[in-house]
Design a protein around this ligand. Structure first.
Ligand code: THG
Length: 271
């Protein structure tokens, strides 16, 4: 399971403040902590002010690269800032994201082709996120046609089925799980990626719901997630599910995490 660290996101208030104040120490610390916690990429999202996005994104990227070598996942809906960001990274990044919206296919897909990088493809089109399973599958089929005809190998595509709150529609979890299972069987080279914690939005004890969903999603074929790698509960869920599914040779990663005190109740290693 690959992890994309989500914490450098300008829609979070402390990050927005750090961007506004050009507080590079704060950003570097977030980069270091997530890299040490095992993030495979660091998501970089400059936030919501379009006129400043380019400057802010380039500043963020420079800060992060001064601290860590972890590849970046550049999270922007806008071709201009995205292209500028891609030009400044030291290691080939992941692009977050394309979708079936015409402006994404016209503006962002060519950047992916030129960069020969991995890309997250959101299961949505100009009408938004499809509500039913069938519609979501149709959108994904069209997305895969678009990436294939641009010459992008399936192995560089991460489909994001778009995890939505179960509190607003109790079918939301099942739709994502079925989407992953069906597309995974059809296109075995394609990866899946999602913002796992969206499932529990608006509910109490969010961790419980996140853990249950993550376990089922990994079983269905989810092999990448955007999450907080510093979150102990999430880390425990991933390690224990991978162990049970035979994805952790000799239970090595689980045991190592336990020895380091990274999982389980903090006072008792058998918890
Ligand atoms: N799909 C794709 N990209 C995405 C999302 C997605 N990018 C943005 C978002 N969704 C994922 N990013 C975040 C970033 C921060 C938080 C949630 C989603 C957040 N973080 C808390 C914090 O850092 O304080 C901690 C949460 C925790 O402890 O678990 O709320 O769906 N392609």
């Amino acid at each position: 399971m690959k992890l994309i660290g989500e914490k450098i996101n300008g829609t979070l208030l402390p990050v927005r403040r750090a961007i506004e104040n050009r507080d590079s120490r704060f950003i570097r610390e977030l980069a270091k902590l997530q890299a040490e916690a095992g993030a495979d990429w660091l998501d970089v999202n400059a936030g919501t002010s379009p006129e400043k996005e380019l400057d802010d994104l380039v500043w963020l990227i420079n800060c992060i690269q001064d601290e860590v070598d972890t590849p970046l996942c550049i999270d922007s809906a806008n071709p201009g800032p995205l292209a500028a960001a891609v030009d400044r990274v030291k290691v080939t990044p992941m692009i977050n994201s394309i979708s079936l919206e015409p402006q994404k296919l016209e503006g962002i897909l060519p950047i992916v082709v030129k960069t020969e990088c991995e890309v997250i493809a959101l299961a949505m089109d100009e009408n938004g996120i499809p509500r039913s399973l069938d519609e979501r599958l149709t959108v994904i089929h069209k997305l895969v046609s678009a990436t294939r005809s641009s010459g992008i190998p399936d192995s560089k595509v991460y489909i994001d089925p778009l995890v939505m709150a179960a509190s607003t529609n109790t079918d939301n979890g099942k739709i994502v799980l079925d989407t992953i299972r069906i597309i995974h069987e059809e296109f075995p080279e394609i990866h899946f990626c999602g913002g796992v914690s969206n499932i529990s939005f608006g509910l109490p004890h969010r961790t419980l719901v996140n853990q249950a969903f993550l376990s089922l999603a990994i079983n269905a074929g989810l092999d990448c997630a955007i999450l907080d790698p510093l979150n102990r509960d999430i880390r425990a869920a991933i390690l224990s599910v991978e162990l049970v599914l035979g994805m952790d040779k000799h239970c090595q990663r689980y045991s190592r995490a336990s020895k380091k005190g990274l999982i389980g109740r903090q006072t008792d290693k058998n918890a």
